[in-house]
Design a protein around this ligand. Sequence first.
Ligand SMILES: *[C@@H]1O[C@H](CO)[C@@H](O)[C@H](O)[C@H]1NC(C)=O
Length: 195
Amino acid sequence: MAFMPSLLMALVLVSYGPGGSLGCDLSQNHVLVGRKTLNLLDQMRRLSPRFCLQDRKDFAFPQEMVEGGQLQEAQAISVLHEMLQQSFSIFNTTRSSAAWDTTLLEQFRIGLLQQLADLDDCLGQVMGEEDSALGRMGPTLAMTRYFQGIHVYLQEKGYSDCAWEIVRLEIMRSLSSSTSLQERLRMMDGDLNSH
Ligand SMILES: *[C@@H]1O[C@H](CO)[C@@H](O)[C@H](O)[C@H]1NC(C)=O
């Protein structure tokens, strides 16, 4: 069982071919910052989710896309970038400042910006590859639509405390799900650099 992921990884590497220009270098620090960011979001909790059961909603996070291992590197980077950017924009409003502890919120946003800066470097490098723009579009749009649903939900719920709590939990879950994708990107780079 344990060797399956690396077998798949080997196939992925083969399909990129020799000399594939995957120059994106996500450092271990990127992963650590990601964990810290998640941790901050966890600490931001202000209500027991028990009080908000009636506000629960299925936002249809594209989990299979994020965790399924089918995305190519450029797509994966673009999807991650969109996730972080959209998460940032949800928490970069005066409404969110009113809803959350401002110190934690500020640290959370700084963490997201750090991760985004890392990915910007990567994205810059894969952008140059022909036909990558088209390939990125579909998966990235799926992520954009997911976040649109969250924006609409907050609006419909009048940015209530419970709505924010549900959204906090939802984004925690999706960022946490994206950790596997970030690890996978790191592994791709590590393997390639050693070949
Ligand atoms: C965050 O919000 C501020 C104020 O609206 C805006 O000026 C800034 O560009 C936003 N930051 C990002 C990265 O979107």
